[in-house]
Write a new protein. Structure first.
Length: 330
């Protein structure tokens, strides 16, 4: 492990200035991903700027009826917050479906969004990997890829984003705010993660050295009836092989509004807009749910060992939407 410096930042401008002055520095949230990668030599920062003392640890009403979640709010605090549980239940469920109690007590919202892929070639510094070493190749395409992407991948990288939280945030149109030495900025989650293309090492649209300061959830009455369902290879303490965040508003048996996002199928949380379009105004029944899932998944390009994900995501979507529709009919 490379020797590194450690600095505990006291204010946002100081934290941002430290990163601007040293391109080899990294922000440290809970450290549950970054420190693991440092131990294996995948990440080799010269300095860590700890952000946990920054005043970014609140969950507050946003001016327009939404919620603003500070970047250093822990996963446990987020999942337990009464307004999150009442107004965006799928978000609380997604967070609770991730990692373990101990990890959630440490992990932060900013760090969760920026956690790296669990692709085994990426996390093994002795292997080629376009994401870690641009131009070195993607051994996953011919190798182990049973939990890799079926949507939005490229010939340069087929890794999936591992966040559960991000899937619910995508369904609810979250906006990520950040601070740089040049001032503040904001990115809708839909634009936050970059398409893979031939630059899988460039993962987000954040400017270099940007500090994530928070995430804003716009008001979304539909989110009050929402659910997150995750499928994994073990019952707990495992990343998703497929997940769905869904919210549904039904009137007289017809879908008035629907939100759908998929996890563990792409390099980013995948907002299923084709499915949403297909379902809006359609009957709230299993046939329409399946047709909507098919509309989204027709773009899937599976590899030999992950084609199961297409069927999995179809069935998961139908199951979750059916539960929400039954709940609405009660
Ligand atoms: C065994 C295990 C199982 C797990 N299972 C799951 C799971 O099922 N689902 C899931 O979603 N996650 C899972 N996780 C991942 C865990 O949720 C992430 O490690 C965690 O959310 C990262 O948050 P952190 O604050 O610890 O980030 P860190 O490790 O501190 O940082 C991660 C990255 O974010 C950057 N960063 C941190 N904060 C900021 C900021 N404010 N602004 C800019 N950059 C920042 C860091 O520089 C680093 O690049 C698991 C982790 C482990 C170890
Ligand atoms: S899928 Fe992406 S992360 Fe995995 S080996 Fe290929 S380039 Fe690297």
């Amino acid at each position: 492990m490379r020797e590194f410096g450690y600095h505990r930042a006291a204010d946002v401008s100081g934290a941002v200035a430290l990163l601007a002055a040293d391109p080899d520095a990294r922000f440290l949230g809970g450290g549950t991903n970054l420190v693991d990668l440092m131990k294996t030599g995948v990440e080799r920062p010269a300095r860590l700027v700890d952000v946990r003392d920054l005043p970014l640890d609140r969950i507050e009403p946003a001016g327009d009826g939404g919620l603003r979640i500070g970047a250093t709010v822990t996963n446990s605090e987020l999942a337990a917050h009464p307004e999150v549980r009442r107004r965006y239940p799928a978000l609380a469920q997604a967070v609770l479906a991730g990692a373990s109690g101990q990890l959630r007590n440490m992990a932060t919202v900013g760090g969760n969004l920026l956690q790296r892929t669990r692709c085994g070639y990426f996390t093994d510094a002795s292997k080629p990997c376009n994401k870690r070493v641009p131009g070195s190749g993607c051994p996953a395409i011919e190798g182990v890829h049973h939990n890799h992407a079926v949507l939005g991948a490229s010939a340069h990288c087929v890794a999936v984003h591992p966040s559960d939280m991000g899937v619910a945030l995508a369904a609810f149109d979250a906006v990520v705010s950040y601070e740089t030495a040049d001032g503040p900025g904001a990115l809708p989650l839909a634009d936050f993660y970059l398409p893979v293309g031939d630059t899988p090492h460039r993962e987000t649209a954040l400017p270099p050295g940007a500090l994530i300061t928070g995430v804003t959830l716009p008001p979304a009455p539909v989110a009050a009836r929402s659910r997150y369902r995750k499928v994994r290879e073990r019952a707990s303490y495992a990343f998703a092989i497929g997940s769905v965040a869904a919210a549904l508003d039904v009137a007289d048996g017809v879908v008035r509004e629907v939100r759908l996002a998929f996890g563990a199928v792409a390099s980013r949380p995948w907002r299923a807009r084709a499915a949403e379009r297909a379902l809006t105004g359609a009957p709230a029944d299993a046939d329409a749910f399946a047709a909507a899932a098919d509309a989204e998944l027709s773009a899937a390009r599976p590899l030999p060992d992950n084609a199961y994900k297409v069927t999995l995501m179809r069935n998961l979507t139908v199951a979750v939407l059916t539960e929400l529709a039954e709940e609405a009919a009660r």
